[in-house]
Design a protein around this ligand. Structure first.
Ligand SMILES: [Zn+2]
Length: 302
């Protein structure tokens, strides 16, 4: 994937520096290897700041997310990952300092979700099998489906497919609502979640399921397949209003007022704030949000 989407010139430069960029994909196969991916990411970022003058550099470190999934949010492993990512950030700050100094750089450190420990799971595709909407062969392989549930952990989309009975949607709404800790959101509620209406986008399900904190969905259609799949001890993907899903936002730089603590900031304000802080830093007087809540920008910037 990186070979396909990365800039070929950058990829060639990283290879010339003997960085094993070809291993990045293989290292994504196991959470325990994510610190190696993060090392490559950091080396690539350091190379970019040393050889170019990027106006915007986005760096995504994976280890904390991976280790929280694997070991739980308050685990010693997650704490190690936090300290490790902090060290990587320190090296990035040092690299930027060497390349261009810190006076012209705004740093924003943020996550895009919080985390919740999970100790219970639902298997919605096993429910569909019990309802006669998913067919399995003798070895448990899915060979036919008139409905399917795709999940990212704590939210799931229910798709009613061709060949399902006309009553399937109503039946599944009732069936999934009876699962403990599960909320069922119908198409009338999609817009409030920022989702397209059913039918407006092929990827949008007919129902959305959201599990309460502590509960997750797993996609396997048989108990045997679920047994073989890795089991997360913590995850994310809940309703965005769940307080546990809040993430951190720390900013520092020439256009950021020091010592200011703000209340909750919407995720939609992060990018406009970055744009505004850059315009401020470059002396432009017309700073303002492209999208998002302008009030937060007033608090965050001069
Ligand atoms: Zn994750």
């Amino acid at each position: 994937m990186c070979d396909e989407f990365a800039s070929p010139r950058l990829w060639r430069e990283l290879r010339e520096r003997a960085l094993p960029v070809d291993r990045y994909g293989a290292w994504s196969a196991r959470h325990a290897l994510t610190p190696m991916q993060d090392w490559l990411t950091l080396e690539a970022a350091l190379h970019i700041v040393a050889t170019r003058a990027p106006r915007l550099l986005l760096v995504h470190f994976l280890a904390l997310d991976a280790f929280e999934h694997e070991h739980g949010i308050a685990s010693p492993e997650a704490r190690w990952a936090l300290a490790h990512v902090d060290m990587l950030l320190g090296r990035l700050v040092d690299g930027i300092d060497r390349a261009r100094g810190l006076d012209a750089t705004t740093f924003m450190v943020f996550g895009d979700h919080g985390f919740v420990d999970v100790d219970d799971a639902h298997y919605p595709n096993q429910v569909l099998h019990a309802e006669g909407l998913v067919d399995l062969d003798a070895r448990g392989k899915v060979v036919g489906r008139r409905a399917w549930v795709a999940t990212n952990g704590v939210a799931a989309h229910v798709y009613v497919l061709d060949g399902a009975p006309r009553t399937a949607l109503a039946r599944l709404r009732e069936r999934f609502a009876s699962l403990p800790g599960v909320s069922v959101i119908e198409s009338s509620g999609f817009n409030a979640l920022g989702l397209p209406a059913a039918g407006e986008d092929a990827t949008q399900g007919d129902l959305v399921l959201i599990a309460a904190p502590g509960v997750r969905f797993r996609g396997q259609a048989t108990a045997e397949a679920a047994e073989r799949a890795p089991l997360y001890r913590a995850t994310h993907g809940h309703h965005p209003d769940a307080p546990e899903l809040g993430a951190a936002l720390v900013m520092a730089g020439p256009s950021i007022r020091e010592g200011v603590v703000v209340d909750d900031v919407s995720m939609l304000d992060v990018a406009p704030t970055a744009a505004a802080s850059r315009r401020r830093a470059s002396g432009c007087r017309r700073a303002g949000p492209a999208r998002g809540d302008a009030r937060e920008l007033v608090l965050l910037c001069y």
